[in-house]
Design a protein around this ligand. Structure first.
Ligand SMILES: *[C@@H]1O[C@H](CO)[C@@H](O)[C@H](O)[C@H]1NC(C)=O
Ligand SMILES: *[C@@H]1O[C@H](CO)[C@@H](O)[C@H](O)[C@H]1NC(C)=O
Ligand SMILES: *[C@@H]1O[C@H](CO)[C@@H](O)[C@H](O)[C@H]1NC(C)=O
Ligand SMILES: *[C@@H]1O[C@H](CO)[C@@H](O)[C@H](O)[C@H]1NC(C)=O
Ligand SMILES: *[C@@H]1O[C@H](CO)[C@@H](O)[C@H](O)[C@H]1NC(C)=O
Ligand SMILES: *[C@@H]1O[C@H](CO)[C@@H](O)[C@H](O)[C@H]1NC(C)=O
Ligand SMILES: *[C@@H]1O[C@H](CO)[C@@H](O)[C@H](O)[C@H]1NC(C)=O
Length: 557
């Protein structure tokens, strides 16, 4: 993503010709590869579950439940080059491909993956683009101001262009005044007051999510009406007093990393300040998404969600936002929100919304032992051991010796819960299970996105597959730190990668990653993301566990 951010800021009018069939093909392929990810695994009991100190291994896959969305399971990260070709970089399998094409000929930049450019290298981005960024901050603050100060309708509309295409990540349009939303043709109209009308209207078409070049998202038309058009503007069939935001729920969603990075965090950035006083007009609504994230969505908007594609109304609002702002992959830049939201704020917010214990509590086992200690006689009771959730992956990057790992974790002094998070699981319960854990451990992969449910000072223990150190840091490591979680990476040796046993020590994927990188991303993807599994050397891993245990007990003091 360094590339997306490192764009020259050219407000590339996004790209035209979306190569749909191509995109669909990719979706299908990726969906197949990642289908496992969308299945749900429900942890049997929530209460009473924690008494057991045995490791519980639950493996369950319900591929039959895949719905249409499973074709969209792909977890790509998308970066746009200045020439607005788009690369989809799949967090689950490293896949990278073009999803949109511009009129210009362009080449696919592979630099991101090949030299491992850190897509979240904020320092670099900020340095390189400080001017551009200042400008964006200024604009955003400006716009947010309008929204937050109670729909001062006359102000703003005339002075500012309605659509801002300048951000390298997203496009956004904001209308204050007589704004009319017509779901039937994905159109939002601005009817200017009579003294501001002109002989010509103005028109935009933008993708209403947080990745402006993501071809999977259809565009929404935004139009300022001319004098003549204003007179013939479609009549309002409903009038609303609160603002509305139009955004898409399709795209790369269904992988939790993308659910948060592409929709939920951008939605938080764009709408949290309205404190629920805003209505969602959702294009390409996904009912599983609405169900899964109901608590978050109903908190950000207290109004009914409108399935915009199916809406036959002409809805009139005093203020409409089309699109979602986004600052970074899975990130928030506090300087770009008037409220200075941080990733810690976001984690706290998520915890609040899921009714998890408020801040000020220690990590779970610490709290449990405090309570036990208070009773005096309780000293005889067995101390609660730190609880570690071990995430099991079903397809690639799986732990082939999971029972051995689980036993080693337990032998080191932890209580182990083995979980395979699936797409349709109930987050209400799952969030409580994660909250009850002191450590979240898993191989690099989207399931680590559950870290939003952890308590302050809880630990993310990421097992880094062979060759994926940079991705591990930039997709999760930096964010864990940003959220006041303890971030630990256990980077495997090549002997712990199944690539070693499969291909032997002389194979390029084992012996020479530099050379492998030079051979292009298809091979990198194939070996490092797709074929690689992990046989954790528990002897080598043990010191990490013991160090972790010491760190946790030092915090208790
Ligand atoms: C954009 O495309 C033009 C023409 O193909 C090329 O010369 C230029 O280097 C590209 N810019 C970037 C930043 O890739
Ligand atoms: C981030 O970018 C800066 C400037 O381009 C560079 O000096 C630094 O090494 C990069 N850091 C990482 C972690 O890639
Ligand atoms: C709207 O903004 C104008 C100019 O800033 C101000 O004079 C006016 O009082 C505001 N109206 C409302 C209803 O806030
Ligand atoms: C969408 O429909 C409305 C009402 O029928 C019409 O006024 C408007 O021009 C249409 N917009 C586009 C882009 O077709
Ligand atoms: C959203 O959650 C916040 C924090 O938990 C709470 O203060 C607020 O009242 C909630 N808003 C709605 C609309 O439920
Ligand atoms: C946000 O940060 C800026 C600069 O650090 C500060 O001036 C401002 O008061 C902060 N705003 C809030 C709401 O905390
Ligand atoms: C596992 O790790 C230990 C300690 O680093 C090492 O001595 C041993 O050779 C490793 N085992 C295998 C099978 O690689």
């Amino acid at each position: 993503m360094a590339q997306g951010m490192a764009g020259d800021g050219s407000s590339s009018q996004a790209s035209s010709g979306v190569v749909r069939s191509l995109a669909r093909h990719h979706q299908a392929v990726l969906g197949f590869l990642l289908g496992f990810f969308v299945t749900v695994m429900l942890y049997t009991t929530v209460s009473g579950l924690f008494r057991s100190t045995n490791s519980i291994v639950v493996m369950q896959s319900r591929p039959g439940e895949h719905t249409e969305q499973s074709a969209l399971t792909a977890a790509p990260l998308v970066s746009s080059t200045p020439n607005s070709s788009t690369q989809v970089h799949d967090i689950e399998n490293g896949q990278k491909h073009e999803v949109t094409k511009t009129m210009e000929k362009e080449r696919i930049e592979e630099k991101n993956l090949v030299d491992g450019t850190d897509m979240n290298n904020k320092t670099g981005n900020v340095q390189v683009h400080s001017k551009l960024k200042e400008e964006l901050i200024r604009q955003e603050l400006d716009q947010d101001d309008d929204g937050n100060n109670g729909n001062n309708v006359t102000r703003g509309a005339a002075r500012k262009p309605i659509c801002d295409l300048s951000d390298p990540r997203y496009d956004i349009c904001e209308i204050s005044g007589d704004a009319r939303a017509i779901g039937a043709n994905r159109t939002v109209l601005y009817v200017p007051p009579p003294d501001e009308r002109g002989p010509d209207g103005q028109e935009w078409a933008i993708r209403d999510q947080s990745r402006k070049d993501l071809g999977y998202i259809d565009k929404v038309n935004v139009k300022t009406l001319s004098t003549a058009e204003s007179l013939g503007a479609p009549e309002c069939t409903s009038r609303h007093t609160v603002p509305a935001v139009v955004f898409a729920m399709n795209g790369l969603t269904s992988n939790p990393w993308h659910d948060f990075s592409d929709v939920l965090i951008p939605l938080f950035i764009t709408t949290r300040a309205y404190d629920g006083e805003i209505q969602f007009l959702i294009t390409d609504l996904r009912s599983w998404f609405v169900d899964k994230y109901r608590l978050i969505l109903t908190n950000l908007s207290r109004y009914d969600i409108v399935d915009f594609n199916k809406d036959a109304n002409v809805r009139c609002y005093p203020h409409i936002i089309v699109g979602l702002r986004s600052h970074a992959d899975l990130g928030i830049d506090p300087a770009r929100t008037p409220q200075n939201y941080t990733m810690v704020d976001f984690r706290m917010y998520i915890r609040d919304v899921f009714s998890l214990p408020p801040e000020g509590q220690g990590i779970p086992y610490e709290e449990a032992n405090k309570k036990k200690g208070n009773g005096g006689i309780d000293d005889s009771m067995e101390k609660q051991r730190p609880r570690l959730m071990l995430i099991s992956r079903a397809e690639n990057r799986k732990f082939v010796n999971l029972p051995e790992i689980s036993a080693a974790v337990e032998a080191a002094g932890f209580e182990v819960l083995v979980m395979e998070p699936l797409r349709d699981m109930r987050l209400e319960e799952f969030s409580r299970v994660v909250d009850s854990c002191d450590v979240l451990m898993g191989a690099h992969g989207a399931a680590l996105t559950s870290f939003f449910f952890l308590r302050t000072n809880a630990v993310v223990l990421q097992v880094v597959p062979w060759g994926l150190e940079r991705e591990a840091m930039s997709y999760f490591g930096v964010h864990a730190k940003d959220m006041m979680l303890l971030d630990i990476e256990y980077t495997i040796t090549v002997e712990e990668s199944t690539l070693y046993e499969k291909y032997g020590k002389d194979h390029v994927a084992v012996s020479d990653l530099e050379l492998l990188r030079k051979q292009g991303w298809q091979l990198l993807r194939q070996y490092l993301w797709e074929e690689q599994d992990i046989r954790l050397n528990v002897t080598r891993f043990s010191p990490t566990l013991h160090q972790l245990l010491r760190t946790l007990s030092e915090w208790r003091r």
